[in-house]
Design a protein around this ligand. Structure first.
Ligand code: AMP
Length: 138
């Protein structure tokens, strides 16, 4: 399996399509999922190419995990959440749809169910939730 330079997250990294960006550093980017399963659902990706957990280097994984930890803590405070669900899918059989490594961060409240898969969110709400995470990051 090889990396496709034209996957949608590669296009976001190149600035060819828009994204609500909550955080970035030299090696990683966090942006909002446009089909959020919960308010504040966001994605962390490495800035360098890899398909998923199966071909990622230790450096890519380490960088992503550091950002996941930073953003997860910010999302806890931004949404007054009780916990975080972290998801990662690798290859089609594993549930992956976009073939650039990404980690889903879902801030959760006690007893809160996740919403359905594949439903486009309200862009105004997603933008506002992005701003909440960014503000919590200071
Ligand atoms: P998966 O590959 O199954 O881990 O899921 C890919 C995720 O990317 C899904 O949750 C989609 O809602 C999300 N997604 C797809 N296109 C975009 C986009 N242009 N901007 C933000 N999120 C996206």
């Amino acid at each position: 399996m090889s990396y496709d330079n034209d996957n949608i997250f590669a296009k976001i990294l190149r600035g060819e399509i828009p994204a609500f960006k909550a955080y970035e550093d030299d090696n990683t980017l966090c942006f909002m999922d446009i089909m959020p399963r919960v308010p504040g659902h966001c994605l962390v990706i490495p800035k360098t190419p890899c398909r998923n957990i199966l071909d990622a280097t230790p450096e890519q994984l380490n960088a992503c995990m550091a950002t996941v930890s930073t953003v997860a803590n910010a999302a806890m405070s931004a949404f007054g959440a009780d916990g975080i669900t972290l998801q990662q899918f690798s290859e089609e059989a594993g549930g992956q749809e976009v073939f650039h490594l990404h980690f889903h961060i879902l801030p959760r409240h006690e007893g809160q169910k996740v919403g359905p898969h594949g439903v486009m969110g309200d862009m105004g709400e997603i933008k506002a939730n992005c701003a909440k995470i960014a503000a919590a990051l200071g």
